[in-house]
Design a protein around this ligand. Structure first.
Ligand code: HEC
Length: 181
């Protein structure tokens, strides 16, 4: 143990000496290194998928609960349960406060769209079409009795959905330091 420590300390000292010896001879640092290139608009567009709470960024498309049902059965039920009641992954349906679900604690329907679009299905994220995500969001919202079975979810209607947990969140406006608990 002691021998290893001594060897490591010796290595560090040697490195410092080598750096000090070089420092005087180093050429001026260039302003830019000339590496890479600006990303193209198309490349940025592929990554620029965020949807805000106000719905900014929602793409064209639409879906009802009935459109989402077969996608849920095929791509989601294996982990979240056939009725969204939970399996190896947590439940997404339920309005009680005893367990966090989309119905009990998710503050915005719009960010539910964002989350499913970017992260689900967990084993194949990024594979759903915009229509499928609208259908899945509609299915989850209808199962939580937040919207009706026939309600169409799209870029206009989704931001207008009032989630039961909307007012359970407060902005974190602490400035740090002693205020942080
Ligand atoms: C391979 C298993 C798996 C599949 C398939 C899957 N999920 Fe998930 N899902 C998870 C896990 C695990 C989490 C929790 C992730 C975390 O907390 O980081 C999760 C979280 C979620 C959440 C957030 C739940 C919450 O209350 O915070 C939603 C909504 C969701 N998934 C929807 C879907 C939808 C819709 C599909 C089908 C397109 C799907 N999931 C398919 C494993 C899966």
């Amino acid at each position: 143990m002691n021998a290893t420590r001594t060897a490591a300390a010796g290595l560090t000292t040697g490195w410092l000496i080598a750096v000090a010896a070089q420092a005087g001879a180093q050429p001026a640092k260039p302003e830019r290194f000339g590496l890479g290139r600006p990303a193209t608009e198309a490349e940025i567009a592929v990554l620029d998928i965020d949807v805000g709470p106000d719905g900014a960024g929602l793409p064209i498309g639409q879906g009802r609960a009935g459109d989402g049902a077969p996608v849920w059965a095929q791509a989601c039920a294996v982990c979240h349960g056939a009725a969204g009641e939970g399996g190896t992954a947590g439940p997404v349906v339920g309005r009680g406060q005893d367990r966090p679900t989309v119905g009990s604690y998710w503050p915005y329907a719009t960010t539910l769209w964002d989350y499913i679009n970017r992260a689900m299905p967990r084993n194949r994220p990024g594979t759903l079409t915009a229509h499928e995500v609208y259908g899945l969001v509609a299915w989850i919202l209808a199962a939580n009795e937040i919207i009706g079975e026939a309600d169409v979810m799209d870029a206009e209607t989704l931001p207008a959905v009032l989630m039961p947990a909307r007012d359970q969140f407060v902005p974190d406006d602490r400035r740090g330091g002693p205020e942080v608990r």
